[in-house]
Design a protein around this ligand. Sequence first.
Ligand code: FE
Ligand code: ZN
Ligand code: FE
Ligand code: FE
Length: 164
Amino acid sequence: MEKMLDVLFHETLKDIYYAERRILKSLTRLARGAQSPDLQAAFRTHREETQGQIERLQQVFEIIGKRPQGKTCEAIDGILAEGEEMLETFTGQPALDAGLVSSAQAVEHYEITRYGTLKAWAEALGLPEAAALLDQTLQEEIRTDQSMSRLAEKSLNSIAMAAE
Ligand code: FE
Ligand code: ZN
Ligand code: FE
Ligand code: FE
């Protein structure tokens, strides 16, 4: 019989699997939309990492003997819709990049909470390989969040600040 934590783990895995595939598409649009070459490069780098993250999730599904399957996540749909709105509202304006970073960081924070939980549950369920895969992605999300902060603090915020 399945333990309730197995069910929670599987459901949350489906949530982040759906989210990562939506994020992958969104990162393509963000990389195209960003003005600063540094920010474009950061989005492209994270897009490549995200492809690897999707593959890691497929490995985790395999570890628990389930086929990879997503489940609509309203939270990520809402966060990504705000990012799209940022693109539409601020395209062509100096404040755009600071806005895009703020949207991207909302995505990273959502992912950090999901991967933190999934890693802890994998450990509790005695799935050390799954925990290690989830931790690799967690560390990538944390690094992405930090590099977004550095870009914003180095230049993007002051560009937005100088614009009227
Ligand atoms: Fe991710
Ligand atoms: Zn979600
Ligand atoms: Fe959700
Ligand atoms: Fe991410």
